[in-house]
Design a protein around this ligand. Structure first.
Ligand SMILES: C[S@@+](CC[C@H](N)C(=O)[O-])C[C@H]1O[C@@H](n2cnc3c(N)ncnc32)[C@H](O)[C@@H]1O
Length: 200
């Protein structure tokens, strides 16, 4: 059973409520932005940005937000979230497609929160995104795997409903492509975070 289609099309209007953001997933997102420690004027590329739940963190830091998502419906909510702020741009595109290569390069940070594990060709999406980053950019991946212990059934259900590949482990790409990698784990290992500096 999968509640959210691959492009989160029908669920977009209620994604923020149904995604267990406040009780569960905000924890990994908040940790990612604390570690990123964005500076004013930095440019952030957000892969699979969805409804823009990362956007307030970027805006609060005085950085700019550049989101890519395959779902126009999810981007509709993200655009509403950015209303009145000139620091956000959005690209409706498959993150694995050459459209990403057309983005202006030199991003200071690449952020992928809870998105890569639902993209079957996630290594392609990751490679294209970091290909638009400047040397020495920070890269952060927050994503899911099965939890250990009593949380496991709930975590498994969340992943099944969300169409997550529990074996994707996309944070390994940060370990491979970056130096100074920091790791965090939440909810009995269910949420994994890796942040590093892109190798030059
Ligand atoms: C679970 S949501 C996460 C959204 C957001 N990053 C967050 O933290 O809330 C996954 C998002 O990935 C998007 N997505 C799925 N496949 C994609 C692809 N091939 N290219 C770009 N976005 C994709 C979906 O439309 C959805 O908005």
């Amino acid at each position: 059973m999968r509640l959210f289609g691959p492009r989160y099309t029908t669920v977009a209007p209620c994604y923020d409520l149904l995604s267990a953001e406040w009780p569960v997933y905000l924890r990994g997102r908040r940790a990612a932005f604390e570690l990123l420690d964005l500076r004013p004027g930095e440019r952030v590329l957000d892969v699979g940005c969805g409804t823009g739940l990362d956007l307030p963190f970027v805006r609060a830091a005085g950085a700019t937000f550049h989101g890519v998502d395959a779902s126009p419906q999810m981007l509709g909510t993200a655009r509403r979230r950015a209303r009145g702020w000139s620091g956000a741009t959005f690209l409706a595109a498959d993150a694995t497609s050459p459209a990403v290569d057309e983005l202006p390069g030199g991003f200071d940070a690449v952020v992928c929160t809870y998105a890569l594990s639902i993209i079957p060709a996630w290594p392609v999406a990751f490679a294209r995104a970091v290909g638009r980053a400047r040397p020495g950019a920070r890269v952060v991946v927050v994503d899911m795997q099965p939890a250990s212990g009593p949380l496991r059934p709930l975590a498994d259900l969340a992943m099944r409903l969300g169409g997550v590949d529990p074996d994707a482990h996309p944070w390994t790409a940060v370990e491979q492509r970056c130096t100074d990698v920091e790791a965090r784990s939440f909810w009995s290992g269910h949420v994994q975070l890796r942040l590093g500096t892109l190798r030059t």
